[in-house]
Design a protein around this ligand. Sequence first.
Ligand code: HEM
Length: 275
Amino acid sequence: MAIWSLACTVSPMIVIGTRQATRERSTLARPSKIPLGIVTVMAVWFISSYAYRYLTFDSEQFGIFRPRAGWLVLHVAGGTAALLIGPIQFWFGSQRSKVVLHRILGIGYLMCVAISSAAAFYMAAHTDFGWVFGMGLTSLAIAWVATTGLAVLAISRCLIEQHREWMVRSYVVTFGFVIFRAVVEVFEIAGTGTTVERLTAASWMCWAVPLLITEMMLQGRKIFMYGVQVPERLAARESGLLELMKSTEKTVVSRPQAPSKVRLEQPQSVVESNM
Ligand code: HEM
Protein backbone atom coordinates (compact mmCIF):
# COMPACT_ATOMS: atom_id res chain seq x y z
CA MET A 1 0.00 0.00 0.00
CA ALA A 2 2.76 2.38 1.03
CA ILE A 3 4.89 1.48 -2.00
CA TRP A 4 1.90 1.87 -4.31
CA SER A 5 1.06 5.20 -2.71
CA LEU A 6 4.64 6.43 -3.18
CA ALA A 7 4.68 5.13 -6.75
CA CYS A 8 1.44 6.98 -7.50
CA THR A 9 2.87 10.20 -6.11
CA VAL A 10 6.21 10.06 -7.87
CA SER A 11 5.67 8.13 -11.06
CA PRO A 12 3.03 10.41 -12.59
CA MET A 13 5.60 13.18 -12.46
CA ILE A 14 8.11 10.98 -14.26
CA VAL A 15 5.92 8.92 -16.57
CA ILE A 16 3.18 11.36 -17.54
CA GLY A 17 4.43 14.44 -15.76
CA THR A 18 6.58 15.69 -18.58
CA ARG A 19 3.92 15.00 -21.19
CA GLN A 20 0.77 15.82 -19.25
CA ALA A 21 1.08 17.58 -15.92
CA THR A 22 3.56 20.21 -17.04
CA ARG A 23 1.96 20.89 -20.39
CA GLU A 24 -1.72 20.57 -19.52
CA ARG A 25 -3.65 22.10 -16.68
CA SER A 26 -6.12 19.74 -15.00
CA THR A 27 -9.42 19.65 -16.89
CA LEU A 28 -11.17 19.27 -13.54
CA ALA A 29 -10.77 21.83 -10.86
CA ARG A 30 -12.50 21.41 -7.48
CA PRO A 31 -16.25 21.57 -8.23
CA SER A 32 -17.98 24.76 -7.16
CA LYS A 33 -20.33 24.72 -4.17
CA ILE A 34 -23.58 25.39 -6.08
CA PRO A 35 -23.64 22.39 -8.49
CA LEU A 36 -22.32 20.07 -5.78
CA GLY A 37 -24.96 21.42 -3.37
CA ILE A 38 -27.76 20.86 -5.93
CA VAL A 39 -26.56 17.29 -6.57
CA THR A 40 -26.44 16.58 -2.81
CA VAL A 41 -29.91 18.04 -2.19
CA MET A 42 -31.36 15.97 -5.09
CA ALA A 43 -29.64 12.81 -3.78
CA VAL A 44 -31.07 13.39 -0.30
CA TRP A 45 -34.53 14.07 -1.81
CA PHE A 46 -34.38 10.76 -3.72
CA ILE A 47 -33.14 8.75 -0.72
CA SER A 48 -35.78 10.13 1.64
CA SER A 49 -38.65 9.87 -0.88
CA TYR A 50 -37.89 6.54 -2.65
CA ALA A 51 -35.02 4.60 -1.08
CA TYR A 52 -35.28 4.91 2.71
CA ARG A 53 -38.56 2.95 2.98
CA TYR A 54 -36.79 -0.23 1.73
CA LEU A 55 -34.13 0.06 4.41
CA THR A 56 -36.66 -0.03 7.27
CA PHE A 57 -37.11 -3.82 6.84
CA ASP A 58 -40.88 -3.32 6.94
CA SER A 59 -42.22 -6.00 4.58
CA GLU A 60 -45.34 -3.88 3.86
CA GLN A 61 -43.15 -1.36 2.06
CA PHE A 62 -41.90 -3.74 -0.66
CA GLY A 63 -45.10 -3.98 -2.75
CA ILE A 64 -44.30 -5.44 -6.21
CA PHE A 65 -40.69 -6.00 -5.12
CA ARG A 66 -41.65 -8.50 -2.38
CA PRO A 67 -40.48 -11.59 -4.38
CA ARG A 68 -37.01 -10.01 -4.72
CA ALA A 69 -36.91 -8.03 -1.45
CA GLY A 70 -33.42 -9.29 -0.52
CA TRP A 71 -31.97 -8.14 -3.84
CA LEU A 72 -33.66 -4.75 -3.48
CA VAL A 73 -32.30 -4.20 0.04
CA LEU A 74 -28.76 -4.99 -1.17
CA HIS A 75 -29.27 -2.74 -4.20
CA VAL A 76 -30.70 0.19 -2.26
CA ALA A 77 -28.15 -0.02 0.59
CA GLY A 78 -25.21 0.00 -1.87
CA GLY A 79 -26.82 2.66 -4.06
CA THR A 80 -27.59 4.96 -1.11
CA ALA A 81 -24.03 4.76 0.21
CA ALA A 82 -22.56 5.36 -3.29
CA LEU A 83 -24.85 8.37 -3.80
CA LEU A 84 -23.71 9.94 -0.51
CA ILE A 85 -19.99 9.11 -0.85
CA GLY A 86 -19.77 10.78 -4.28
CA PRO A 87 -20.16 14.45 -3.24
CA ILE A 88 -17.77 13.96 -0.29
CA GLN A 89 -15.16 12.54 -2.65
CA PHE A 90 -15.50 15.39 -5.12
CA TRP A 91 -15.32 17.97 -2.34
CA PHE A 92 -12.23 16.61 -0.57
CA GLY A 93 -10.76 14.63 -3.46
CA SER A 94 -8.12 17.09 -4.56
CA GLN A 95 -6.82 17.91 -1.04
CA ARG A 96 -3.51 16.27 -0.22
CA SER A 97 -4.30 16.30 3.53
CA LYS A 98 -7.36 14.07 2.92
CA VAL A 99 -5.60 11.33 0.93
CA VAL A 100 -6.34 8.58 3.49
CA LEU A 101 -10.02 9.58 3.74
CA HIS A 102 -10.17 9.68 -0.07
CA ARG A 103 -8.78 6.13 -0.35
CA ILE A 104 -11.07 4.68 2.33
CA LEU A 105 -14.17 6.29 0.80
CA GLY A 106 -12.98 5.30 -2.67
CA ILE A 107 -12.77 1.63 -1.70
CA GLY A 108 -16.17 1.96 0.01
CA TYR A 109 -17.68 3.49 -3.16
CA LEU A 110 -16.21 0.70 -5.28
CA MET A 111 -17.67 -2.03 -3.04
CA CYS A 112 -21.08 -0.31 -2.98
CA VAL A 113 -21.14 -0.12 -6.78
CA ALA A 114 -20.11 -3.79 -7.05
CA ILE A 115 -22.87 -5.00 -4.67
CA SER A 116 -25.58 -2.63 -5.91
CA SER A 117 -24.89 -3.22 -9.61
CA ALA A 118 -24.92 -7.04 -9.17
CA ALA A 119 -28.40 -6.71 -7.60
CA ALA A 120 -29.44 -4.23 -10.33
CA PHE A 121 -28.61 -6.80 -13.07
CA TYR A 122 -30.84 -9.35 -11.32
CA MET A 123 -33.72 -6.91 -10.81
CA ALA A 124 -33.54 -5.58 -14.38
CA ALA A 125 -33.79 -9.18 -15.64
CA HIS A 126 -36.88 -9.82 -13.46
CA THR A 127 -38.75 -6.52 -13.82
CA ASP A 128 -42.53 -6.34 -14.24
CA PHE A 129 -42.33 -3.45 -16.74
CA GLY A 130 -41.21 -5.18 -19.94
CA TRP A 131 -37.96 -5.97 -21.74
CA VAL A 132 -37.28 -2.48 -23.18
CA PHE A 133 -37.39 -1.01 -19.66
CA GLY A 134 -35.25 -3.94 -18.45
CA MET A 135 -32.73 -3.29 -21.23
CA GLY A 136 -32.55 0.41 -20.35
CA LEU A 137 -31.65 -0.37 -16.74
CA THR A 138 -29.34 -3.27 -17.73
CA SER A 139 -27.47 -0.79 -19.95
CA LEU A 140 -27.33 1.61 -17.00
CA ALA A 141 -25.82 -1.17 -14.87
CA ILE A 142 -23.25 -1.93 -17.62
CA ALA A 143 -22.34 1.78 -17.77
CA TRP A 144 -22.00 1.79 -13.94
CA VAL A 145 -19.58 -1.14 -13.92
CA ALA A 146 -17.64 0.10 -16.97
CA THR A 147 -17.13 3.71 -15.82
CA THR A 148 -16.22 2.71 -12.25
CA GLY A 149 -13.95 -0.08 -13.48
CA LEU A 150 -12.07 2.28 -15.81
CA ALA A 151 -11.67 4.80 -12.95
CA VAL A 152 -10.06 2.06 -10.84
CA LEU A 153 -7.91 0.87 -13.74
CA ALA A 154 -6.69 4.43 -14.36
CA ILE A 155 -5.65 5.00 -10.74
CA SER A 156 -4.02 1.57 -10.52
CA ARG A 157 -1.77 2.82 -13.35
CA CYS A 158 -1.32 6.21 -11.61
CA LEU A 159 -3.18 8.11 -14.35
CA ILE A 160 -4.69 10.75 -12.07
CA GLU A 161 -6.38 12.92 -14.70
CA GLN A 162 -8.04 9.91 -16.34
CA HIS A 163 -9.07 8.60 -12.91
CA ARG A 164 -10.81 11.92 -12.11
CA GLU A 165 -12.63 11.98 -15.43
CA TRP A 166 -13.85 8.38 -15.13
CA MET A 167 -14.98 9.02 -11.55
CA VAL A 168 -17.06 11.96 -12.77
CA ARG A 169 -18.65 9.68 -15.39
CA SER A 170 -19.18 6.96 -12.76
CA TYR A 171 -20.97 9.34 -10.41
CA VAL A 172 -23.10 10.72 -13.26
CA VAL A 173 -24.23 7.12 -13.83
CA THR A 174 -24.81 6.58 -10.08
CA PHE A 175 -26.94 9.72 -10.14
CA GLY A 176 -28.84 8.28 -13.13
CA PHE A 177 -31.45 6.66 -10.90
CA VAL A 178 -32.15 9.98 -9.18
CA ILE A 179 -32.70 11.52 -12.62
CA PHE A 180 -34.82 8.49 -13.55
CA ARG A 181 -37.28 9.28 -10.75
CA ALA A 182 -37.22 13.03 -11.49
CA VAL A 183 -37.99 12.37 -15.19
CA VAL A 184 -40.85 9.99 -14.30
CA GLU A 185 -42.32 12.63 -11.97
CA VAL A 186 -42.14 15.27 -14.71
CA PHE A 187 -43.85 12.89 -17.20
CA GLU A 188 -46.57 12.19 -14.61
CA ILE A 189 -47.20 15.89 -13.95
CA ALA A 190 -47.30 16.52 -17.72
CA GLY A 191 -49.63 13.51 -18.19
CA THR A 192 -47.37 12.02 -20.90
CA GLY A 193 -48.02 8.40 -22.03
CA THR A 194 -48.83 5.34 -19.95
CA THR A 195 -46.94 4.28 -16.81
CA VAL A 196 -44.88 1.70 -18.73
CA GLU A 197 -44.08 4.21 -21.49
CA ARG A 198 -42.90 6.79 -18.91
CA LEU A 199 -40.75 4.26 -17.08
CA THR A 200 -39.28 2.92 -20.33
CA ALA A 201 -38.42 6.35 -21.75
CA ALA A 202 -36.90 7.39 -18.41
CA SER A 203 -34.81 4.19 -18.14
CA TRP A 204 -32.84 5.26 -21.25
CA MET A 205 -32.97 9.04 -20.88
CA CYS A 206 -31.78 9.05 -17.26
CA TRP A 207 -28.22 8.05 -18.09
CA ALA A 208 -27.69 8.50 -21.87
CA VAL A 209 -28.46 12.25 -21.83
CA PRO A 210 -26.45 13.13 -18.66
CA LEU A 211 -23.47 11.10 -19.90
CA LEU A 212 -23.54 12.94 -23.24
CA ILE A 213 -23.68 16.33 -21.48
CA THR A 214 -20.82 15.28 -19.18
CA GLU A 215 -18.74 14.22 -22.17
CA MET A 216 -19.43 17.54 -23.92
CA MET A 217 -18.24 19.39 -20.80
CA LEU A 218 -15.12 17.27 -20.27
CA GLN A 219 -14.00 17.35 -23.90
CA GLY A 220 -15.24 20.92 -24.53
CA ARG A 221 -13.03 22.23 -21.70
CA LYS A 222 -10.02 20.63 -23.33
CA ILE A 223 -10.82 22.15 -26.71
CA PHE A 224 -11.00 25.68 -25.23
CA MET A 225 -8.11 25.15 -22.83
CA TYR A 226 -5.52 24.25 -25.43
CA GLY A 227 -6.53 26.74 -28.14
CA VAL A 228 -5.49 26.33 -31.77
CA GLN A 229 -2.16 24.59 -32.33
CA VAL A 230 -0.47 24.60 -35.73
CA PRO A 231 0.79 21.00 -36.19
CA GLU A 232 4.43 22.04 -36.85
CA ARG A 233 4.45 24.19 -33.69
CA LEU A 234 2.92 21.37 -31.66
CA ALA A 235 5.56 18.96 -32.91
CA ALA A 236 8.29 21.53 -32.25
CA ARG A 237 7.04 22.10 -28.70
CA GLU A 238 7.00 18.34 -28.13
CA SER A 239 10.65 18.06 -29.08
CA GLY A 240 11.63 21.21 -27.18
CA LEU A 241 12.40 23.10 -30.38
CA LEU A 242 9.83 25.90 -30.03
CA GLU A 243 12.16 28.22 -28.13
CA LEU A 244 14.87 27.56 -30.70
CA MET A 245 12.43 28.38 -33.53
CA LYS A 246 11.46 31.67 -31.87
CA SER A 247 15.07 32.78 -31.57
CA THR A 248 15.77 31.72 -35.15
CA GLU A 249 12.77 33.73 -36.38
CA LYS A 250 14.03 36.85 -34.56
CA THR A 251 17.51 36.47 -36.02
CA VAL A 252 16.20 35.95 -39.56
CA VAL A 253 13.91 39.00 -39.33
CA SER A 254 16.52 41.28 -37.88
CA ARG A 255 19.34 40.22 -40.22
CA PRO A 256 18.55 42.52 -43.24
CA GLN A 257 18.08 45.56 -40.97
CA ALA A 258 21.34 45.34 -39.07
CA PRO A 259 24.75 45.41 -40.78
CA SER A 260 26.72 42.26 -39.96
CA LYS A 261 29.58 44.31 -38.44
CA VAL A 262 27.27 45.95 -35.90
CA ARG A 263 25.73 42.61 -34.94
CA LEU A 264 29.15 41.14 -34.32
CA GLU A 265 29.91 44.01 -31.99
CA GLN A 266 26.68 43.58 -29.98
CA PRO A 267 27.28 43.18 -26.24
CA GLN A 268 27.05 39.60 -24.93
CA SER A 269 23.80 40.31 -22.96
CA VAL A 270 21.94 41.33 -26.17
CA VAL A 271 23.14 38.23 -27.98
CA GLU A 272 21.98 36.06 -25.05
CA SER A 273 18.52 37.70 -24.94
CA ASN A 274 18.06 36.74 -28.59
CA MET A 275 18.78 33.09 -27.86
C1 HEM B 1 -26.89 3.34 -11.47
C2 HEM B 1 -27.26 2.14 -11.65
C3 HEM B 1 -28.59 1.57 -11.20
C4 HEM B 1 -29.28 0.62 -11.84
C5 HEM B 1 -28.88 -0.06 -13.13
C6 HEM B 1 -30.47 0.37 -11.10
C7 HEM B 1 -31.42 -0.58 -11.43
C8 HEM B 1 -32.60 -0.78 -10.77
C9 HEM B 1 -33.63 -1.71 -11.14
C10 HEM B 1 -33.55 -2.66 -12.33
C11 HEM B 1 -34.66 -1.58 -10.29
C12 HEM B 1 -36.00 -2.35 -10.33
C13 HEM B 1 -36.94 -1.58 -11.20
C14 HEM B 1 -38.25 -2.28 -11.39
O1 HEM B 1 -38.28 -3.45 -11.72
O2 HEM B 1 -39.26 -1.58 -11.27
C15 HEM B 1 -34.28 -0.57 -9.36
C16 HEM B 1 -35.07 -0.14 -8.32
C17 HEM B 1 -34.65 0.74 -7.37
N1 HEM B 1 -33.42 1.33 -7.26
FE1 HEM B 1 -31.93 1.21 -8.58
N2 HEM B 1 -30.49 1.18 -10.01
C18 HEM B 1 -29.35 1.93 -10.03
C19 HEM B 1 -28.96 2.85 -9.09
C20 HEM B 1 -29.64 3.10 -7.93
C21 HEM B 1 -29.16 3.97 -6.89
C22 HEM B 1 -27.82 4.72 -6.89
C23 HEM B 1 -30.12 3.98 -5.95
C24 HEM B 1 -30.00 4.77 -4.67
C25 HEM B 1 -30.52 4.43 -3.56
C26 HEM B 1 -31.19 3.13 -6.38
C27 HEM B 1 -32.37 2.88 -5.70
C28 HEM B 1 -33.42 2.12 -6.17
C29 HEM B 1 -34.71 2.03 -5.53
C30 HEM B 1 -35.13 2.78 -4.28
C31 HEM B 1 -35.48 1.17 -6.28
C32 HEM B 1 -36.94 0.69 -6.05
C33 HEM B 1 -37.97 1.76 -6.16
C34 HEM B 1 -37.96 2.56 -7.39
O3 HEM B 1 -38.08 2.03 -8.49
O4 HEM B 1 -37.83 3.78 -7.23
N3 HEM B 1 -30.85 2.61 -7.59
N4 HEM B 1 -33.03 -0.10 -9.66
